[in-house]
Design a protein around this ligand. Structure first.
Ligand SMILES: Nc1ncnc2c1ncn2[C@@H]1O[C@H](COP(=O)(O)OP(=O)(O)OP(=O)(O)O)[C@@H](O)[C@H]1O
Length: 286
């Protein structure tokens, strides 16, 4: 069950006066039911969430609670069964056509027959960007993720972390105002993962894009986010939203991971997650 205060915090800005840029994402009473041969699966029910322009929000919750489904709805890869969804004030299909967002999911999803440069340039080719502009943009992005010298390599010649960096560079090709990242670091070892998190903070500081980030790691969510959204077990709802308040992306250094304020936020998210699980078990006992 969602707490009223969490929902108020989550949706408050949906009704706020339209000052400043439109929120990156507004979901109102969003629902998704999958219909399969074996019956119906209610993946999301009454999800209310606002992600502000430039904000970093992580989604965390038990396996199967609908995190990826929510991302797929925002990306217009699935259609909602109920409720409303706006991406920068447009519906999800318009936002996809306007290329308001970039996507980086767990599998880097690179085309193996293309070079690193070819992969990064792909979104620009699809929109028929002139060759020279494409090359210049790819150079810029490969610099940003520290892979310029690997431009001519193919994905299989790179480590997992490097492949993810290529995927992130590609997701930034059209300078999106929103990045959708579904467990992008899930398959990486701990050291590489921490390095990638720091890089993502740096990239975010440079691009000022809003980010919706799915993860199973509480410390990762806290280290990266402005707010952590805790979802309840299926059918997924927003159970609670934990503000992180550890400073801007550019102010978060490696040392923060040892900071008492960091541990405090990690505990707050852990308790909220635990509360969501207990509440769900309570609901099941009927
Ligand atoms: N295409 C589909 N058809 C039928 N059911 C689906 C489909 N995609 C997802 N589901 C179901 O919807 C529910 C939510 O799935 P989803 O992948 O969104 O969860 P998740 O929170 O991202 O899980 P995880 O943390 O394990 O990645 C699950 O019960 C899943 O089995």
């Amino acid at each position: 069950m969602s707490t009223p205060s969490a929902l108020t915090a989550a949706t408050g800005s949906a009704a706020a006066p339209t000052l400043g840029p439109a929120p990156a994402v507004v979901a109102e009473r969003l629902g998704k039911v999958y219909r399969t041969g074996a019956g119906e699966v209610v993946a999301l029910h009454d999800v209310d969430l606002t992600v502000h322009a430039g904000e970093f929000v992580s989604l965390i919750g038990p396996s199967g609670c609908g995190k990826s489904t929510l991302m797929r709805l925002v990306a217009d890869l699935e259609q909602p069964s109920a409720g409303a969804l706006r991406v920068f004030g447009r519906d999800a299909e318009q936002a996809r056509r306007a290329q308001d967002y970039g996507i980086a999911f767990q599998q880097a999803g690179l085309l193996p027959w293309r070079t690193v440069r070819g992969n990064v340039e792909l979104p620009l080719e699809l929109t028929r960007e002139p060759r020279r502009a494409r090359a210049a943009r790819a150079d810029e992005l490969l610099d940003l993720v520290g892979l310029r010298e690997f431009a001519g390599h193919h994905p299989h010649q790179l480590s997992g972390g490097m492949q993810q960096r290529v995927a992130i560079a590609r997701s930034l090709a059209r300078s999106p105002s929103l990045l959708l990242m579904d467990e992008p670091f899930g398959a990486l070892d701990e050291m590489t993962r921490e390095r990638m998190q720091s890089e993502l903070l740096r990239i975010r500081e440079r691009t000022q894009a809003a980010v919706i980030f799915v993860t199973h790691s509480i410390p990762e969510a806290v280290y990266l986010s402005d707010r952590v959204v805790i979802m309840s077990p299926r059918p997924g709802r927003v159970r609670q939203i934990v503000p992180v308040t550890l400073g801007a992306a550019g102010e978060r250094s490696e040392g923060l991971r040892e900071d008492a304020a960091f541990y405090d936020r990690v505990s707050a998210v852990r308790e909220a997650l635990h509360g969501a699980a207990v509440a769900a078990r309570g609901m099941d006992v009927r």
